[in-house]
Design a binder for this molecule. Sequence first.
Ligand code: SAH
Length: 376
Amino acid sequence: MSRAWLIGAGPGDAELITVKAMRALAVADVVLVDDLVNPDVLQMAGPQAKIVHVGKRGGHASTPQREIIALMLTHLRAGRSVARLKGGDPFVFGRGGEELLALQAANIPVEIINGITAGIAAPTTLGIPVTHRGLAQGAIFVTGHGAGDDEPDWKALAATRLTLVVYMGIRRLEDIARQLLQAGMPPHTPCAAIESATLPAQRQVIATLSTLHAAVRAAGIGSPSIIVIGEVVSLARPDDAAAVHAAERPLSLGIGFRQGVSTERIDAAVRAALGPRSLDEVVVVGTLDRKADDTSLTAFCERHGIALLGFTPAQIEACLDEHPLLPRSDTVHEHTGVHAVCEPCALLAAPGSTLLAGKYASDGITVAIATKAPTE
Ligand code: SAH
């Protein structure tokens, strides 16, 4: 009976493989390769090696787990040594445990060779440590793939205040972010989504919990991606400044205000409403049509180079009809003739946008923020 290795190839960059893995690859008779493994790594296999791809990407049909195990056993029983090569670490969401159990049950000696997991390598490329004194006392690796019974307890995870590193989560990002927000995680929590980490094709967006989904969609970030959620992301120092700018979503604001507020008060209220976001991201302000030539508001928009749009009460009421969940108030109606001002105006100012944050009210000024959800 021959020997088997369960090998982690690392996150992508072929140089991030271990010396031990290279030595095993050089002598293995058969190499069974998963789809996330960088093909360059296969050059480390010896000339005798038979290479078998068992991954599901690149147009190949995925080989079911039990067939992979059966294939390994066939080669091993024929006296061939088998290297099972997986992306990242074989024991982190790699089903390495199942393969180990099957090989042990067949009395085959197995050596496990760790790899650098994507959940650590991906944030590292941006200078994000998954733990950091004073910011995160630990990190949780979690799958975003599960749904139903397999769903992680996001509420419990949010309560830990530890760094959350989500694998396989990009497709369910909207749902995950919503659940974390519902669990009380602050909307301004810094987050990153990092695609094809450590490879030349790497791309990323850095945003907040409330904006990450829109930023990911806008940038077209897909699989494979690691999502990092937590204060450690504030340490991100990506080399590629353009990638960060891709994350900055153009924002629209809806503003409601009483007669006679100063430009300074509007400025202060808008900055407070924006929180960590920048005024530079605001492209348009919407308000009630008869307020759109208010001198304080026009001065504010001119100062920051922001477009200003006025909407008629009929447009605003139609928007409210379209969005039945928006708050409306009879008191506002008494004063303005419409049931709400800032939320519908934020949405009307950028057609196709969605609200980012609830209404912010300060000193007679109300502000709502929306961002344009890109079409898919
Ligand atoms: N065993 C692997 C994980 C396999 S699960 C490891 O330890 O890294 C597959 C998931 O890993 C992907 O959906 C993605 O979330 C993540 N992943 C793997 N390689 C990646 C890469 N280069 N960049 C970003 N995410 C990656």
